[in-house]
Ligand binder design. Sequence first.
Ligand SMILES: Cc1cc2nc3c(=O)[nH]c(=O)nc-3n(C[C@H](O)[C@H](O)[C@H](O)COP(=O)(O)OP(=O)(O)OC[C@H]3O[C@@H](n4cnc5c(N)ncnc54)[C@H](O)[C@@H]3O)c2cc1C
Length: 390
Amino acid sequence: MDLTLPAEDLAWQARARTFAETVLFPHELALELDGALPQTTKDSLRDAVVEHGLNAINHARDVGGQGCTQFQQTLVNEELGKSTGALWAVAWHPAVALKHGTPAQIRDYLTPSCLGRRRACVAVTEPDAGSDTGLIRTSASRHGGGYLLSGEKWFVTSADAADYIIVHALVDGDPARPTLFLVDSDAAGITVKREPKFTHTYVFGHRDLVFDAVAVDGDRVLGGVGQGLELTKDWFVEARLQIAANCLGASIRAFELANAWASKRVQFGVPIRRHQAIEFMLADMAVEIMAAKSMIYRVAWQIDQKIDRKVAHAHASVIKLHASEMAGRVLDKAVQIFGGRGYMRENAVERLSRDVRVDRIWEGTSEIQRAIIGRQLSKRGPRLFTGWHR
Ligand SMILES: Cc1cc2nc3c(=O)[nH]c(=O)nc-3n(C[C@H](O)[C@H](O)[C@H](O)COP(=O)(O)OP(=O)(O)OC[C@H]3O[C@@H](n4cnc5c(N)ncnc54)[C@H](O)[C@@H]3O)c2cc1C
C-alpha cells in the first residue's frame, strides 16, 4: 500500500498554505478587532483567490473551476482552515447542486460563480425548521409560467456577499415537492429581517431573510421540481468534508502554536512542557490530530475512487462528527496551555477556539450526525464502519 502524496497534490497543498499564510493571516487581527473588513479589502481578497488559482476548487475546469479531486480539495481546505474569522470563506466553492443546472443556468450562474463574478448563498433553514427539514414551509406557488416564493429563511451565510440565493422551497406548499430555486438577491419582495451577531467573527454576515411573494421565472428551478432534498444531500457530503478538513487545519495550527509556547514559557524554573500535565495535553492533541487526519484523508480518497453514494454519505457524517468534536477538545487544550494569553482575542488560538464551535452545529449538528450513523448501522451493519471499502 503506497500512501505517498503525489507531487500534484503536494503542489495544491503548498499553494493553499502560501495563500493562507501570506494573504489571509495578515487580515485576521483587523477582522477580529473591527468586526468586519472594508469592502475594498474583500474585493482585493477576491482577486487574490483568482490569482492563486483557488477559485471553485470543487468544480470542473470546463465550467470555470479548478477540477480538483476530493483529496486535493481536502488538502486545500485543511490549509485554509488554519485562518481565523472564517477567512477561508473568501475562497468560494459554488454549491455542488449547480452542477445539475440546465446549460443556460450553467452559463448564467455556475460559470460566473466559479470565476468570481457572481456569488451564491444557500437558504434552507427556517425559524421552525432546523435539523428537521420536513418542517420547511417556504412555498413556491405556481403563477403564470413561474412561481411566487413566500417564507422566511434564517442564518443565510454570506447573504451580504451574494448576488443570488439558492432557496429551498415547497412547490405549491407540497412537502413531497421540495425544490431549489435560483433567486436574484435584489428581486422585489426580499427583505433583510436582521443580521445577528454570533460567537465567531465571520468575514461575511449570516442574515435572516423574508420572501414576500417574490416572482421567480419557471426556468430558475434548479435540478427539477421535487429534487430539493436529494440535491441538498449531495451538498451536505461536500460541505461536511470541507468542515472536517477546516477543523483539522484549525487544530494543527493551534497545536503548533501551543507546542511552541510550551517550550518557551518558563514557570517554576522549567519550560511548562516539562510539567507532565502540559506534556500529556500536548500528547493527547498529537494523537487526536493524527487519528482525525488519517480518517479524513481516507474518506476523501475513497470518494475519489467512486465508492457507493450512501457509503460516502455515512462516512462524511463520521468525519464531520469526529473532526468537529476533536477540534473542540484540541482547541480547549491549546487555550489552557496559553493560560491568560489563550483568552486574548489577539491570540489566534482564542479566535480558533470560538471559530470551531459552530462546526458541531451547522451542516447537521453532532446529534444529527450520530442519528445518520446509527440509522446506517442498523440498515447496513457494522462493516460499513469497521470494514475497508476498496
Ligand atoms: C453561523 C451559522 C451559519 C449557518 N449558515 C446557514 C446557511 O448558510 N444556510 C442554511 O440554510 N442554514 C444555515 N445555518 C443553520 C444550521 O444549519 C442550523 O442551525 C442547524 O442545522 C441546526 O438547526 P437549529 O439551529 O434549528 O437547531 P435545532 O434543529 O432546533 O436543534 C436544537 C438542538 O436539538 C438537537 N436535535 C434536533 N433534532 C434532534 C434529533 N432528532 N435527535 C437528537 N437531537 C436533536 C440538535 O442537535 C440541537 O442540539 C447556519 C447556522 C449557524 C449557527
